[in-house]
Write a protein that binds this ligand. Structure first.
Ligand code: ZN
Length: 344
């Protein structure tokens, strides 16, 4: 199973206590022929019980999750744990170190690289190790994302559709417990499809939740607070942190993205002036923004409108915009049925 990965670590996943070290990803270069890249990993285990795999830095320019997981790794004592926490705050470490979505070593987008390859590029090797070694141990997988440099996102949590009615209800229960202002269910269409970490984790049977906590390569304090509280609620529910003190979740609003009409794209290269804020409710035909042309000062700016009504879930962060860039994504309310869990 895990026999063909080239990544190794001194961490013993079966040992009780807190171990903070790294995976060693072999990377042979001009200046380091036998060198490796460190992928930080903290394993906190105490007795027997379920395992949670907690990940951030899958994309390097998304920060709320990185800080939330560092805080958790420092603050949780082994005696608080019943089972195992595997915490990886900087999964694609070369991308994290560069402050980039993708790895500067191979331009690899880790969240489009699953299930990876044992002898592939550095990014593919990370995906393969996560799939072959870590996911088989995990009952719960949380992959913390934000919008990154190019997008600002409303604070939200998402799951893929459950593969059975029972799993679907468990996933809705996780979303209610996490307590993001917005929750949505997505099969990855328009994003990473089946090439994402979440898709691979669900395929292996783990309950899997993802987030979008802010964006623009900045830190959202609200997004960070939500990540920390939401994680603790999930870990308490899974009885991995059975006695952790945490406030109950705020109500979440279940929403969905309805096809290509939910998106606004730039049709010209220019400077984007948005006309709606994150979280605004907009109507069909409403002005979404303008593209200005500083190179042609007397040319009228191009106006863009929303095709449908909805809530502004994400917006392009940089002003300079090219033809084909996504400027807005809208979400609409969806009915997921009554809360059948015991957490109500
Ligand atoms: Zn991301």
């Amino acid at each position: 199973m895990a026999g063909n990965t080239r990544i190794w670590t001194p961490i013993d996943y079966e040992a009780d206590g807190k171990q903070s070290d790294c995976l060693r990803l072999p990377h042979s270069t001009d200046l380091s022929a036998y060198g490796w890249i460190p992928i930080p990993l903290v394993c906190i285990k105490h007795g027997s019980g379920p395992t949670a795999l907690l990940i951030a830095g899958n994309h390097g320019d998304e920060y709320e999750g990185q800080i939330a997981l560092c805080n958790l790794a420092r603050r949780i004592r082994p005696d608080q744990v019943s089972g195992r926490l595997i915490i990886m705050p900087a999964l694609n470490f070369p991308a994290v170190a560069a402050g980039r979505r993708v790895s500067p070593l191979d331009e690899g987008n880790l969240n489009r690289s699953f299930p990876g390859a044992a002898a592939g590029s550095p990014t593919e090797m990370i995906a393969h190790y996560v799939c072959e070694v870590l996911m088989p141990m995990a009952d719960l997988v949380v992959d913390l994302h934000s919008g990154g440099r190019s997008l600002d996102y409303v604070a939200s949590a998402l799951v893929r559709p459950g593969r059975s009615a029972e799993e679907h209800e468990q996933l809705l229960s996780l979303l209610r417990l996490f307590g993001a202002p917005i929750s949505f269910i997505s099969d990855g269409t328009g994003g990473g499809g089946s090439t994402t970490l979440a898709a691979a984790a669900q395929e292996q049977g783990a309950l899997t939740l993802t987030t979008e906590l802010g964006g623009g390569a900045r830190l959202s304090k609200a997004g960070l607070a939500l990540a920390e509280a939401g994680l603790k609620r999930l870990l308490k529910d899974q009885r991995i942190l059975p006695d952790i003190e945490i406030d109950p979740p705020s109500p979440t609003r279940f929403m969905t993205v309805r096809g290509h009409s939910a998106f606004v794209y730039a049709r010209d290269r220019g400077v984007f002036e948005p006309a709606a804020e994150i979280g605004d409710e907009v109507v069909a035909g409403q002005l979404a923004g303008r593209i200005h042309f500083p190179d042609l000062p007397t040319r009228e700016p191009e106006s863009l409108v929303f095709e449908t009504a909805g809530l502004v879930a994400c917006r392009r962060a940089p002003s300079l915009t090219d033809r084909g860039d996504c400027l807005f994504k809208l979400m609409a309310d969806t009915d997921v049925g009554p809360d059948r869990s015991s957490h109500a």
